[in-house]
Design a protein around this ligand. Structure first.
Ligand code: PA5
Length: 449
C-alpha cells in the first residue's frame, strides 16, 4: 500500500489556476533534480540510494547489528543532526512505545540511547549511571568526524568501554560511521581497528537515514531493513515518473509553495500518534536546513495531537494567521484499546463504550481538521498505511524527494547548510581554540558592552 497525499480540504484556499501554474515549475524542478543539473548537484546520492547502495556494506551492517544484539544490553548511538535524527525517528516509529523500558521479552533487542546531541554534562552522567555495569556497545556517527558534541560524548563512552573491557576488547564494541577516507574519526577507526561504515560523499547528513547512519541502529532494534529499503525503492520509482496530478511528493512540494507564496510563514506538521514525534524532529531538520536560507523558507514546526490541542490548539485555531498544517495520519494503529462501559457514567462517556480508541482518535483528527480549516488554517494530509518498515521507507523517501523539488521551486540550493557554521565559530573562539584569537577578542568585547 502506498502513502497518499490528500489536498481535498484546501480547495477554498487554492484556485485551480494556481495549481496549474506551479505544475510547470514543479516539473522543471523535478527534471533539474533527477538530471542533476541544479544547485547542490554534488549531493544527490540519496536519489538512487534505495537501489544503488553498497550491498557488501549492507550485509556487514546486518552482521554488526546481530553481534550487538547478542553481546550488548545497551547500544549508545552518538551523533547529532543528520547523524542521529533519522535513526531515532525510525526506532520510535517502528517499535512499541517505551521501547527502552519494555520487558526484553517483548522487545527482543538491546536498549538504545542517543548521546552527543547536546552539550549537557548532566545528560551524559545520567546515561552513564543508567548503563551501570551492563554490557554495551557504541556507534559513533559523524561525517566530518570533528563535530564538537559527538566528539566530546565519544571521549566519555570510549573511556567507560576501555575501563570495563580493556582497550583491545573495547575496540570490538565501537562501530564508527563516517567519511570513507577523510577525517579524524576515520583515522582513529583505522588505527584502533573499529569496524567502520561509510557515509557517502554525495549524501548530506539530513538525507543519510538510509545509509549506515540510520541502518545500523535501526537494525539493532530488530527492524527489517529489507522492507525499509523496499518501501523507499517503491516511492523512488513512483515519484520520479508519476505525473504531477497523481504524484504525492510533487503535490506536497507544490501546495506548500503555494501557501508560502500566499504569505504563510510556518508549516506545522501534526501527528496523532506519540510514536511519530521524532519523525517530526527529523522532518524539521530536513526542511529547515534545506530551505531556510537566503532570507527565505517556511519555518518547519510540529506538534503532537491531541496532546497539543490542549496547549497550542488555541493559537492554531484563533491566533496570528501565519500557519498551514500538514497532518500525518497513520491509517492502521499498531494496537488498540476498546473503551469500556462504566456503570456510573459520571464522565458521560458511555456513548463511547465499545468503540476502539483509534476510532475516537480519527474522529478527533477529522474534527480538528475541519475546525482549523474554519479557523482559516489550510490542512494538507499525508495518509500512511501503517507503522511498519515499508511505510517508513516510503515516508522517508517521499519527504526527501519533495524537499528537493520544493527547494528548487523556492529558488535555493536545498543541499547545503552554510548557516550552521556561524555558532560553531563563535563557540570555538569563546572557548579559546587556537587560531580563533582575533574573533575571541571581538566577541568578548561585544559581550561586555
Ligand atoms: O545536516 C547537517 O549537515 C548537520 O546537521 C550535520 O548532520 C551535523 O552537524 C552532524 O555532522 P557530522 O556528521 O559531520 O558530525
Amino acid at each position: 500500500e502506498q502513502i497518499q497525499f490528500d489536498a481535498s480540504r484546501v480547495k477554498d484556499f487554492v484556485r485551480d489556476h494556481e495549481l496549474e501554474q506551479i505544475k510547470a515549475q514543479a516539473e522543471t524542478a523535478r527534471k533539474t533534480l533527477i538530471e542533476g543539473t541544479g544547485a547542490g548537484n554534488d549531493f544527490l546520492g540519496w536519489i538512487d540510494l534505495p537501489v544503488d547502495y553498497d550491498k557488501e556494506e549492507y550485509a556487514r551492517i546486518k552482521a554488526a547489528a546481530e553481534k550487538i544484539r547478542k553481546d550488548s544490553d545497551v547500544l549508545v548511538v552518538i551523533g547529532i543532526g543528520g547523524s542521529y535524527l533519522g535513526a531515532r525517528a525510525a526506532i520510535d516509529y517502528l517499535k512499541p512505545n517505551f521501547y527502552n523500558q519494555q520487558p526484553r521479552d517483548i522487545v527482543d533487542a538491546p536498549e538504545i540511547y542517543f548521546a552527543g546531541n547536546s552539550i549537557s554534562g548532566a545528560y551524559l552522567n545520567d546515561l552513564l549511571a543508567l548503563i551501570g555495569d551492563r554490557d554495551f556497545s557504541v556507534n559513533i556517527i559523524s561525517k566530518s568526524g570533528t563535530t564538537t558534541e559527538p566528539s566530546i560524548a565519544f571521549r566519555v563512552f570510549k573511556a567507560k568501554l576501555e575501563a570495563k573491557y580493556g582497550k583491545e576488547e573495547a575496540a570490538k564494541r565501537i562501530y564508527a560511521t563516517t567519511d570513507k577516507a577523510r577525517g579524524a574519526l576515520k583515522t582513529e577507526a583505522d588505527e584502533a581497528g573499529y569496524e567502520s561504515f561509510v557515509i557517502p560523499d554525495n549524501i548530506g547528513g539530513r538525507f543519510s537515514v538510509l545509509t549506515a547512519v540510520g541502518l545500523l541502529p535501526i537494525a539493532v532494534s530488530g527492524a527489517d531493513l529489507d522492507a525499509l529499503m523496499a518501501g523507499a525503492q517503491a516511492m523512488r520509482d513512483s515519484v520520479k515518473t508519476t505525473p504531477f496530478e497523481d504524484n504525492p511528493a510533487m503535490q506536497y512540494a507544490a501546495f506548500r509553495n503555494i501557501f508560502r507564496n500566499k504569505g504563510r510563514q510556518i508549516e506545522i506538521l501534526a501527528n496523532y500518534e506519540p510514536a511519530l514525534h521524532n519523525i517530526s524532529e527529523w522532518w524539521k531538520q530536513l526542511y529547515g536546513e534545506s530551505e531556510g536560507k537566503d532570507g527565505k523558507g517556511l519555518y518547519p514546526a510540529s506538534y503532537d495531537l491531541s496532546t497539543d490541542l490542549h496547549s497550542l490548539g488555541q493559537f492554531v485555531q484563533d491566533g496570528n494567521n501565519i500557519l498551514f498544517e500538514t497532518v500525518l495520519d497513520v491509517e492502521k494503529p499498531m494496537s488498540d484499546v476498546t473503551i469500556q462501559e462504566d456503570p456510573e457514567n459520571l464522565d458521560g462517556l458511555n456513548f463511547l463504550a465499545g468503540k476502539k480508541m483509534d476510532d475516537v482518535n480519527k474522529n478527533a483528527m477529522m474534527g480538528t481538521m475541519l475546525a482549523h480549516t474554519d479557523g482559516q488554517v489550510p490542512n494538507l494530509m499525508i495518509k500512511i498505511p501503517a507503522r511498519d518498515e515499508n511505510s517508513l521507507g516510503q515516508l522517508f523517501y517521499f519527504f526527501e524527494f519533495a524537499v528537493g523539488v520544493s527547494g528548487y521551486l523556492l529558488g535555493v540550493n536545498p543541499f547545503n547548510q552554510p548557516g550552521v557554521e556561524a555558532y560553531k565559530k563563535n563557540m570555538f573562539a569563546l572557548l579559546g581554540k587556537p587560531g580563533f584569537e582575533e574573533q575571541a577578542e571581538i566577541l568578548k568585547k561585544r559581550l561586555s558592552e
